[in-house]
Each structure stands twice: as C-alpha cells, then as structure tokens.
Design a protein. Structure first.
Length: 87
C-alpha cells in the first residue's frame, strides 16, 4: 500500500530507490477504478440492482484488489512520466 501511494521504495538489497513503472501505474489505477465502476454501473442499469448492494460489495472488492496489486507491479530504477525520465 505504501508503494502505491508514494510511487517509490528503497530496495532492501542494493539500497537504491526503485520506482513503479508507468505500465504498472496504469494497471493499478485500472484495477482500482474501472474494473469496479464499469461492471457495477452495468449491473445497476440493466439488472436494476440497487446501489445499496453495490456499496455493500465495496468492502469485499477493496481487499481483493489489494491482494492482487503486488502481482501487477514492475519496478524500475528510473522514474518516468509520460515517456520521459524525471529527475
């Protein structure tokens, strides 16, 4: 969780700063927002599931996303934003 908030972490072996790659950052954002919002809007619109049930699903969904996030992270020794190296 700390890695996703800060975007960087010190390597315990070489003690260099490692950054989340841009692709990993995209997938983490995609997992936390779009994968939840799109199906839930679809379920509400077409199957008329109440928003109460959808909000009750949030405490189940968030821990699942947090468990899956480490599998999507790739680290890099350089920080890139929009394809350009930063600092």
């Amino acid at each position: 969780m700390k890695l996703s908030l800060k975007g960087k972490k010190e390597c315990p072996n070489c003690h260099k700063i490692q950054y989340i790659s841009a692709k990993s950052n995209f997938w983490s954002t995609f997992l936390t927002s779009m994968v939840f919002l799109l199906p839930m809007n679809f379920l509400h619109a077409y199957y008329e599931i109440s928003w109460l049930w959808i909000f009750l699903a949030i405490p189940i969904y968030i821990p699942l996303v947090l468990l899956l996030m480490p599998f999507f992270y790739k680290l890099s020794s350089t920080q890139k934003r929009f394809g350009k190296t930063v600092g």
